[in-house]
Ligand binder design. Structure first.
Ligand SMILES: O=C(O)C(=O)C[C@@H](O)[C@H](O)[C@H](O)COP(=O)(O)O
Ligand code: ZN
Length: 286
């Protein structure tokens, strides 16, 4: 699976190629591929000779609706996901839905998970539209891509470096990143881990009275309609909990959880006790 190449070794290969081809500060890198390629190319562009331009040509659904937009770049290390990186905006993002025609089913579903993420946290009407429209239909897919990019662009334009509202785009990710790291980026695609993370975050939101059981079930049903995984066996809840502290949203020993506040709403909480979090994890670990 591609995520295991998002590391220092691959980054070095890109930088070496830049030097070998004598790229200069006027040069331009083109990230042509999925989210991993975009994240690594963007990061290389941000540090090569203190920063050169790059453009994104995303070829997966996940990269088109999410990863290519907003300028988050980076790599993973043994401590966790995307822990080394930069904010570096592409000078353009070109999305062509023709690339999606040959996308493997799992890759397609992984992108849908990020679309659902945006609908749940920002747009109830969009969520209800997703419940009644099949994204395997090309016209519906195009509508969903436009809508997701619009939501993301709106959020990023308010908070480019994630000091506030942009963190909402991390709904499901606090859990997903731990799952991805624990499984060495080789079991789940990023969007699949996000789908599981959304269900875990929803269990927590339900414990806090932010989300009803019925709303949680609707979200889970929509994820399952695209054959996305919604369950992960947590073998060691304490270790799972401890891993949250490496999340970039945690500060001063406090973990910030991004939660749905009803469908179409969101909330950020950094005062949830460990006991409540562990209880929520227990609820989904059956
Ligand atoms: O663009 C954002 O902001 C996001 O959080 C989008 C996420 O879907 C994406 O996976 C992002 O790379 C996660 O960022 P991170 O800061 O949690 O590593
Ligand atoms: Zn993501």
């Amino acid at each position: 699976m591609a995520k295991c190449i998002k590391n220092f070794e691959s980054l070095n290969l890109i930088l070496d190629a830049c030097f070998e081809h004598r790229l200069d500060r006027q040069s331009l890198l083109i990230a042509f591929g999925g989210g991993v390629i975009g994240d690594m190319t963007g990061f290389a562009a941000s540090i090569y000779q203190r920063g050169i331009s790059f453009i994104q040509i995303p070829t997966t659904l996940l990269a088109q609706v999410d990863a290519s937009v907003g300028g988050k770049t980076g790599i993973n290390n043994r401590y966790g996901k995307n822990l080394i990186g930069s904010f570096w905006q592409p000078c353009a993002v070109y999305c062509d839905s023709a690339f999606l025609k040959t996308l493997p089913k799992r890759e397609f579903a992984a992108g849908v998970a990020e679309i659902i993420k945006m609908a749940v946290t920002f747009d109830k009407d969009f969520f209800e539209w997703l419940e009644t429209h099949d994204l395997h239909d090309e016209t519906h897919l195009t509508t969903a891509i436009h809508k997701s990019i619009a939501i993301k662009a709106d959020v990023v334009s308010q908070d480019e470096t994630e000091r506030g509202i942009r963190a909402i785009l991390n709904y499901g990710h606090t859990f997903a990143h731990v799952i991805e790291n624990q499984t060495q980026y080789s079991t789940y695609l990023h969007g699949e881990a996000v789908a599981i993370g959304i269900v875990m975050a929803n269990a927590l939101a339900q414990k806090l009275g932010l989300l009803s059981k019925e709303e949680g079930s609707r979200i889970e049903a929509l994820l399952e309609r695209y054959a996305l995984p919604t369950h992960y066996d947590i073998s060691d809840p304490e270790a799972f909990y401890d891993a949250f502290f490496l999340d970039k949203k945690s500060a001063h020993d406090k973990i910030t959880f991004i939660l749905a506040n009803g469908i179409g709403g969101n909330d950020m909480r950094n005062n949830i006790t460990k006991e409540v979090v562990l209880e929520a994890l227990k609820d989904v670990n059956v």
